[in-house]
Every structure is written in C-alpha cells, then in structure tokens.
Design a protein around this ligand. Structure first.
Ligand code: ADP
Ligand code: MG
Length: 731
C-alpha cells in the first residue's frame, strides 16, 4: 500500500533529466554568433530606418525621441513595414503586449488574415491595428476604475519600446509593446506611469541642466539594469508539490541537514544541465535584443542570477518582463521549473531583483558619474543629492512600491535589505556630505573648484562607494542600486515612483538654486547653499552600519525613519496626501488611479494568502494526515503482533505515542486553520486582507511547524511531498 504514496525519487529524477535533455534538445553547440543573432527577433530602429520611406522615418524618429504625437498615415506606413518584417520571420499573428496590474504580461493574438472577395484570403495589418487594440478586458484588475458593464479597456502602441517576435516550434507571433488604459484614459497597467514618470524626470532634469550651462541637450532619461535571482528545480518535483503549483513557494518542508551553510554554491561552478539552460536563455534573449551579460550561482543551493547591461528604463522594464518569460519557458525544455517567487524555500535565502538606476542625457552622459572636472562634479553632486532627497522625502512610497505577500518573507529577514528605507553612499562620499553640511570644504591639492580660490564644494573622489549588502539603496560608484525589489515583481512601479520622487526633488532644488543665483550668487556658491540646506534636512536617511542589526531598528526609530515591516503597513502610503500631491503635480498618476492601485494590491495580497491557506489545508488533510496515519497503523501492527509473540515493545509504543501526539496536534491545528480561513474577517478588501495577515497567516505557520516535525519522523517512502534535500540538490 505504501508504494502508492511513494513519491518520485531522486535517482529517477536525475536519470530522467538526462534523457529529457538529449531527447528534447539534441546535443550540440548553439549558434552564438552574437553579431549575427543579436536583435534578429526584435524590430530595431535601424531596421525601421532602412525599410521606411525617409519622410515617414523622420516623423517616427521625432515621435520616439521627443514624445511627439503620431498620425495615422505614419502609423499605416510603419504597420506595412512591421507586417513585412514579421511575416519574413514566420509570424502569422500579432498581439498587443501589455502589462496589466497583475504584474504579469498579457496578450491576445489576432491573425493577419483578411478574407477577400474571391473566397481566398490575404494578410493585412493597418496603422489602426498597430496603434490601438481593444481586448475584452473585463477580467483584468481595475480597482473599480472600469465597472464590468463598460468593460472596455484599450491598448495603445508604445513606439519607444521595439516590437519583437515570440517563436513557438509551430509558428511565430509579432508582439507590440503597448500601454493599457480604461476608455476614459485612466491607466490600468504598469507601463503608463513609468512612461509618464520618465517624462516628468526629463522635464525637471533638463530645467536643472540649463543652470549648469547644458543648453543643447535633447532629453534626459532614466536607466535601469536589473539583476534577476531565481531558483531552478527538477520539474518532476514541482508537479508533486501542490504548494509550488498554486502559490509558487513551499508551504511545507523540514530544513535539510545541509542548506547554504557551507557557502559552497555561491559563485560555484555551474552544473551542466543548468549551464545548458542558461546558454539557451541567453541565446533567445540576445535574439530578442535583450543584452544579458552576467550569470552565476547565487547563495542558496539551486539559486542563480542573470544580469543584463543597463538600458533606458522603459525598454529595460520590458526586457525584464521578457527575461522572466524566457526563464520560465526555457526551463521546461530542460526538465526544470524556474521559481521566481521571493521565498520559495523557508530557511534559505530568498530571491530579489536588484534594480540599478541612474539618469542619462541625450549625449550619453551618466548624471551620477562623478566627473573629471570640477564643473562635472557640481552637476554630479546636484543629481546625487536629489536622488537621496527623493528617497528621504518618499520613503513610504518606495517601500510601498515593493510591497507584496511574497516580498514580506524577504524584507527584514537577515538576507535581504530591512524594511527601513535608508541609503548607503560609502565613507568617502559620506565625508563629503559632512563637508557640505558644515559649509566648509577641505582644501584639496587641486586648489578648489572652478579656480575660484577657496573651494565651496569639495572634490569628489573617483570610484567612490564600496559595498554594504545590508542597505536597501546603495550608491555603487555611478548608479544607485535599489535592492529591496522582489524577484517576481515588475520593476516598472518602483521605477515610476523613483523617477517621480527624483523629479520632485530636482524641481525643488532647482527652484532654490535659481533663487540663490537671482540673489547674486555664482553657481558654485549657490549650489553650496542648496546642498548644505538639503543635506541638513535629509541626512537621517544615510546609514552605513549593519542594516540587519537590532541596533539599526532602534536607531532608525530614534531618527524618525519609517519602518513598515509588512505589505499591509506599507501600501496605505500610496494614497497619503503627500503621495497624491507628488503624483498629481507631475501628472504621473491621479488620485483615482492611486486609489485603484491600492485596492488592487490589497486584493492581490488577500487572494494570494487565501490560496496559500487553502492549499495548506488541502495538503495536510489529503496528503500529510493520511501518510502519518499509515505509519501509525504500521507501528500499531507491530505493537499488536509483538505482544502476542512476546516481544518487548515498550520503545515501539513510545514511538507510536510520539507519532500520535504529532498527528493529533496537526489535526487540531488544521481544523482551526480551516475555521479562521472560512471567516472572511469583514466585507471590505482591507478588512479581509488584515484578517488574513493577522489571523490566518499565524495559524498557517503553526500548521507548517507541526507538519515539518512529522516529516522528520514519518518514513521517507510514506512522505508524500518531495523533500528540500531532493528539490535543492538534484541538478
Ligand atoms: P555591481 O557589481 O555593482 O552590481 P555591475 O556593473 O555588475 O555592478 O552592474 C550591476 C547592474 O547594474 C547591471 O545590470 C548593470 O547593467 C547595471 N548598471 C550599470 N550601470 C548602470 C547605470 N548607469 N544605470 C542603470 N543600471 C546600471
Ligand atoms: Mg549589484
């Protein structure tokens, strides 16, 4: 009988993996001729330029560079080129590819087919098809922005992100990046606020740069580079774990004797099957024009990372979504499943997505790069300070931007940044901040800035900024690294918030600078005053110690920094007065759109936890309790037969008692979980979410603890769930 419940064993998994690999992929070297394959499945600006009539290309270029409106004639011409290019690549269908507030991407495919009068058919794709789509979108979350009776939402082409081809062994589809909005124009997606925020950053940064004498720049954009962490496990195990299938994380699992303690996985040599997988992911991403660059093993067993070369924020965010899609898709070809959840395995490191951020000008200058000349350094100090001011002024918003049920497991544990938002800038820059605050720069060998004699501003060392992995927001030489973003999250919202907050800070500081200059100060002296004032207001955000320590929790409280430990504490920041004012001032999100977002995020939180609780109950009732009873039955059989054959069965009896106690406790606990989970805790979404967080989650944790104890007693061949040891060490 026990055989029925015997789960897939490790040996079989390894053997099967090898056969899967060769059967599905054959063997052989992938064509990695980068010059040839890079971007071949992505409609680049170069290809468009080559294929479009010159006059049309000029207008399109203007649209893309300067955000100018696009008319339908131009769109028609682009559509023709796009369709030609896509059909050459084997595409029969197209889809508007968008990013609804579920955090995933969405697509609805339409064929190019148009029947003609003679009874045949041809392919067609118009400017209208390109510019606008109307998916029946009643099932996407809208937070009340779009009642179902007027369920129309529409998608609109985003020409700033290139179209691309998604291949399938049987055919291909043209994907057109689009925004998604209600028919009244309210944003229902992640892309719209990101695009709007880039525009607000552009405006404010350009205004500031004029003061620094930069007259002929065309634009400023945000840049992003995202380090994606993920786990890979054999798919045989995945399908035997209902918890992984429904919630992306293990809701049970006793800690294995060996976890990540030996640090023998981090940067270790990459196992063969995994490396094959990585090579294929890289090849497919190259073909889509995604510049992935770095790959390595991460800290936890079976945890890995990919990082691309940074790009403009909007394109980078789309490419980040494509990276997640490809990781999941290609893993299957290797008999693996890619887990993007923030905490798939308790007791091991979770996965994050370090979001590297900076600003770039149309001339290609990085505004956070300390320069060679004193003038460049003034500019650097201005933008560097603005970013820190943004962080200080909108800590709550940034914390809210990364709040999710999954990320709650990570933030605050001693592996990921704490929930307190602070910045690390390195000792050298910290010293400079001290000099700025005191208004007295140390004289440096170079004799001050701009040859004005006594320096007002200090000189910036090159390559400032070292490492502190415990900080959520670290300056790493020429960019900030926002480390609290979760592995599964869209990077668009954190970036939209960051861009908007920085636009606000630049705005304020530029006005202050203008006022000082009007009062007769030269630029350097004026900047000295503005920086001194700004840093004296915001320096509590700077922290260089151990972010994981208890001392920091106390110190942060003393400094008056926010410490929003959970999603439900963080999310309300979205609709605070200060946040609404910021978003409305820069036309990034309206109050209505913010309220809708708050509701959607709360609802997602609620639904996710609810699924976890129900899955916990199911697994215990239908897998763990039956397995334990079978074991108890076997021990009791020994007891009975032992007695009649005159054996001393005292110890077996003790064992039976131990199993029985564990079993009874589990039965009681799961009954309680069922009861509290049935209760909704209220009628509104916030009430339901609070109920899950405060009542259901603790009961779930209790059930897990009891079940994990049983996993250590019940025989391996009775236990119905693949163990941590198997999932993490079969590669
Ligand atoms: P680190 O070791 O500090 O993490 P890397 O050079 O490996 O530094 O960069 C990590 C990530 O930061 C990469 O994805 C990279 O593309 C990105 N990055 C580098 N410079 C910038 C920048 N100016 N803006 C945004 N992202 C950047
Ligand atoms: Mg990094």
């Amino acid at each position: 009988m026990s055989k029925l419940y015997r789960r897939f064993d490790a040996l079989q998994a390894v053997r099967k993996a090898e056969t899967t690999l060769t059967a599905r992929n054959g063997s052989g070297i992938l064509d990695m001729n980068i010059a040839k394959i890079f971007g071949e499945n992505c409609l680049s600006m170069d290809t468009l330029k080559e294929r479009l009539p010159k006059s049309v290309w000029k207008i399109l270029k203007k649209t893309i560079r300067d955000n100018a409106p696009l008319d339908f004639e131009v769109a028609d011409a682009v559509a023709v080129v796009m369709k030609e290019w896509a059909t050459e690549k084997g595409a029969t269908h197209y889809t508007h590819w968008f990013q609804p507030l579920t955090g995933a991407t969405a697509e609805k495919h339409d064929s190019f087919i148009t029947p003609n009068q003679g009874g045949g058919a041809m392919t067609q794709f118009s400017g209208n098809d390109l510019m606008r789509g109307e998916p029946d979108a009643s099932s996407f979350p809208s937070g009340g922005l779009r009642p179902t009776f007027e369920a129309r939402g529409y998608t609109a082409w985003d020409p700033t992100s290139p179209a691309f081809i998604i291949e399938n062994g049987r055919g291909s589809t043209l994907c057109i990046p689009t925004v998604f909005a209600s028919w009244k124009g309210e944003s229902l997606d992640f892309k719209t606020p990101l695009l709007r925020s880039v525009e607000s950053l552009n405006k404010q940064a350009m205004r500031a740069l004029k003061l620094f004498g930069e007259e002929d720049l065309k634009w400023v954009n945000a840049t992003g580079g995202f380090e994606q962490e993920y786990f890979l496990i054999d798919q045989e195990y995945f399908y035997r774990r209902p918890d992984l299938m429904t919630s992306g994380r293990t809701l049970f699992g006793a800690k294995p004797p060996k976890g990540q303690e030996l640090d023998d996985h981090y940067f270790g040599s990459i196992p063969d099957r995994i490396l094959s997988f990585m090579l294929e992911v890289e090849r497919e991403l190259y073909r889509l024009g995604v510049p992935v660059k770095t790959r390595h093993n991460e800290v936890a067993p079976s945890q890995y990372e990919f990082a691309p070369v940074f790009e403009k924020a909007n394109v980078a965010a789309d490419h980040q979504q494509l990276t997640m899609i490809m990781l999941k898709k290609i893993a299957r070809k290797y008999g693996l499943v890619c887990l993007l959840h923030e905490k798939p395995f308790a007791g091991l490191n979770g996965s994050g997505k370090h979001a590297n951020w900076s600003m770039v000008t149309s001339r290609g200058a990085n505004l956070l790069e300390p320069g060679d000349s004193p003038h460049d350094n003034m500019q650097f100090l201005f933008f560097f300070t603005a970013a820190l001011k943004a962080l200080h002024d909108h800590q709550g918003l940034l914390r809210a931007s990364i709040a999710s049920a999954g990320n709650d497991h990570r933030l605050g544990a001693n592996e990921a940044p704490p929930a307190v938002i602070s910045a690390y800038i390195g000792e050298q820059l910290d010293d400079i901040v001290e000099q700025l605050k005191s208004g007295k720069a140390k004289t440096s060998k170079e004799g001050g800035l701009l040859g004005l004699g006594i320096p007002v501003l200090p000189t910036i060392p090159k390559h400032a900024g070292d490492r502190n992995r415990t900080s959520p927001f670290a300056f790493t030489g020429n960019k900030f690294e926002f480390r609290a973003v979760g592995s599964e999250q869209s990077v668009s919202f954190p970036f939209a918030i960051l861009n908007t907050a920085v636009a606000g800070a630049i705005d304020e500081m530029t006005s202050a600078l203008e006022a000082e200059i009007e009062n007769g100060k030269d630029l350097e002296a004026a900047l000295g005053v503005v920086l001194q004032k700004t840093f004296s207001e915001i320096d509590k955000i700077l922290f260089h110690g151990d972010g994981y320590s208890d001392d920091w929790q106390k110190e942060a409280k003393k400094r008056g920094l926010l410490n929003l430990k959970t999603t439900l504490e963080a999310l309300p920041c979205l609709t605070e007065k200060k946040s609404v004012a910021l978003f409305e001032k820069y036309s990034v999100l309206s109050e209505l759109e913010l309220e809708a977002r708050l509701e959607i995020y709360l609802e997602q939180y609620f639904i996710k936890l609810n699924i976890e609780a129900e899955t916990t109950e199911d697994i215990v009732r239908t897998m763990i309790i039956p397995a334990t009873i079978r074991y108890l039955n076997e021990i009791l059989a020994v007891n009975d037969r032992g007695k009649s054959s005159g054996l001393d069965i005292t110890s077996t009896r003790t064992l039976a008692e131990e199993v029985n106690t564990g079993l009874s406790q589990l039965i009681v606990a799961v009954a309680k979980l069922g009861r509290v989970n049935e209760d909704l805790g209220g009628d509104t979404i916030p009430e339901k979410a609070q109920h899950l967080a405060q009542v259901v989650l603790p009961e779930m944790n209790k059930v897990r603890e009891l079940a994990d104890k049983l996993e250590k007693i019940v025989p391996d061949d009775f236990w119905p769930l693949p163990s941590y040891r198997e999932m993490l060490f079969v590669k």
